[in-house]
Design a protein around this ligand. Structure first.
Ligand code: FES
Length: 242
């Protein structure tokens, strides 16, 4: 029995292993389809819908990251309908969140004819920056709720389960159980959440201070003092990064 499946992406024949998703097939074909909630390191959830594609003979648009490839599929990644759908989604993100550090999203917006940075005062999320630990800050104005930090903190990578989603609807936000400060949770300050964040909503404090020109030794000392004060020995900083 064949170990692979054949399909066409925008008319180009591609062969992928059984079990591959349309996102993987699209990547194999070298077609640029935007993604937000899915990354190479996280389980696809189909949340943002930016990756939608058209499948011949199928009415609705399909989110490529969660759609398994079937033998003989004919997939289209470019059409006026797809462009319009992505434009609407990107425009909603653009008017709701601060995307100034979301480089990939900004590129997608530009390639879809949307000018980045058009805040809509009525839609902007007004949540204060969360600064409850010596290592990271969470800037809620930049958090697009892609869920990737929650996934890598859980069983996609770290198995610490410190992060979760709180509240519902427009008020949904990434938080911890009972909204506890990070040092009071199972967080081990591994930094996986910061590494996967696509928008700069999560940032290492030391990186931020270095960017402000503060000398490394001063930052190190400050961080040590803060960890001692707030308590979390697992995360005490070590050495100079240079
Ligand atoms: Fe596929 Fe978000 S990347 S739905």
């Amino acid at each position: 029995m064949s170990e692979s499946l054949r399909l066409t992406i925008d008319g180009q024949e591609v062969s992928v292993p059984i079990g591959a998703t349309l996102s993987e097939a699209v990547e194999a074909a070298g077609q640029p389809v935007p993604h937000l909630c899915w990354s190479d390191h996280t389980t696809p959830m189909g949340l943002c819908r930016l990756c939608v594609v058209e499948v011949e003979g199928d009415g609705p648009l399909r989110p490529a990251c969660v759609t398994p490839v079937a033998e003989g599929m004919q997939v289209g990644t470019q059409s006026p309908r797809l462009t319009r759908t992505r434009q609407i989604l990107l425009d909603l993100l653009n008017s709701t969140f601060d995307l100034s550090e979301a480089d990939e999203l900004v590129q997608s917006m530009e390639s879809h004819g949307i000018s980045p940075g058009r805040p809509d005062p009525e839609m902007r999320r007004e949540l204060a920056v969360r600064d409850d630990n010596p290592a990271f800050i969470r800037d809620y104005a930049k958090c697009v709720l892609c869920w990737r930090c929650v996934q890598v903190c859980a069983d996609d990578a770290q198995y610490t389960f410190a992060l979760t989603l709180a509240d519902r609807g427009y008020h949904t936000r990434v938080s911890t159980s009972f909204d506890a400060p990070l040092p009071a949770t199972t967080c081990v300050f591994c930094g996986q959440c910061v590494g996967t964040c696509p928008t700069g909503a999560l940032k290492g404090k030391r990186e931020q201070l270095l960017g402000q020109g503060i000398p490394w030794q001063e930052i190190l000392e400050q961080t040590r003092v803060e960890f001692r004060k707030r308590g979390s020995p697992a995360a005490a900083p070590r050495g100079d990064p240079s």
